[in-house]
Every structure is written in C-alpha cells, then in structure tokens.
Design a protein around this ligand. Sequence first.
Ligand SMILES: CC(C)(COP(=O)(O)OP(=O)(O)OC[C@H]1O[C@@H](n2cnc3c(N)ncnc32)[C@H](O)[C@@H]1OP(=O)(O)O)[C@@H](O)C(=O)NCCC(=O)NCCS
Length: 145
Amino acid sequence: MIRPLHPQEVPALAEALAHMDPWRRLGFSDDGLAGYLTRDDHALLRMVYEQDGQAVGLLCLRSPWLRGPYVEVLAVVPDKQSQGIGSALLAWAAGQNGGNLWVCVSAFNERARDFYGRNGFVEKAELNDLITPGEDEILMRKKLR
Ligand SMILES: CC(C)(COP(=O)(O)OP(=O)(O)OC[C@H]1O[C@@H](n2cnc3c(N)ncnc32)[C@H](O)[C@@H]1OP(=O)(O)O)[C@@H](O)C(=O)NCCC(=O)NCCS
C-alpha cells in the first residue's frame, strides 16, 4: 500500500537513508534528513510503501516542478530491494499530474541509473558539483505524454 508518511516513521527512515548510498556518500546526516522529512513544504508529497505494517519504501515528490513532478527522494530499505517496490513508487509518481517525470541521480549510482533507464527515463544533463563538490548528478526525464 502506498500512503502518506507518518511523523513517527521519520526517525527510522532518516537513519536508514543516512546509512545508505547515495545519501551516505554525499554526506547527508540523520538529523538533516529528519528535518527535510518533517518541515513545512506544501509542494513536497512524502509517501511510503507499507508492507506488513512497516514503511519499507520512501518517495518524496516535488509537485509542481517542471511541466510535471520531480522525484526528490526514492529509497527502499536494503532488505526489501529488488522486489518491485521502487518501480511501484515510480509508477505512483507517474500517475500524478504532468507531462514529464524528473529525477536526479548521482553519477556513481550506476544501479539506480540502470533502474531509471529501464523505467523509461532518459539522461538529459550532467550537473557538476550540485550536492557535494566532486560528485556529479545526472538529470533524467521520463516523458509521460
Ligand atoms: C533504486 C531503488 C529505489 C530501486 O528500488 P527497488 O525496489 O530495489 O527496485 P525494483 O525491485 O523495482 O527494481 C529492481 C532494480 O532496481 C535496481 N536496484 C536494486 N538494488 C539497488 C541498489 N541497492 N541501488 C541501486 N539500484 C538498485 C536494480 O537495477 C534492480 O534490478 P535487478 O532486480 O534486476 O537487480 C532501490 O534499490 C534503492 O533504494 N536503492 C538505494 C537508494 C538509491 O539509489 N535510490 C535512488 C536515488 S536517485
């Protein structure tokens, strides 16, 4: 089931992300991520994938963004990856309004680049030093119509 994030789920999810690449390598902290997941931000949809009562996947979708929404965070906890949960969250994002779906992926994150490519995203631009000096991000676009 895909539903909004509950505030009580934030500390565990923030900690999981801070210990997982790409956020670990890019230097994100538990506290910084927890702040991002709880602050007032009406253009940010924060959704989770629930399995057996647990939030095992997270999607943060900025909408509106650029003629369609922007996937700001997509993560599945390590022991639940490769079961289709990430694809299900992306499909939910694609079902929102707009003709495009966007995401930025770290250049070093080759598995995620493959994952988005297989889900219909095309690499559009390289953004040097966007989050952390020395690390490039790739802006990817999926045309929805
Ligand atoms: C990328 C990610 C969201 C995909 O979700 P998922 O539920 O594992 O994906 P699905 O089961 O729908 O699709 C599986 C594919 O995702 C990719 N994938 C799986 N584990 C991954 C990982 N640790 N890191 C990056 N990509 C991964 C693989 O291409 C995989 O294909 P395979 O099953 O043939 O190996 C998830 O693996 C994840 O959270 N990875 C770490 C965080 C990350 O890189 N997020 C994207 C940042 S832009």
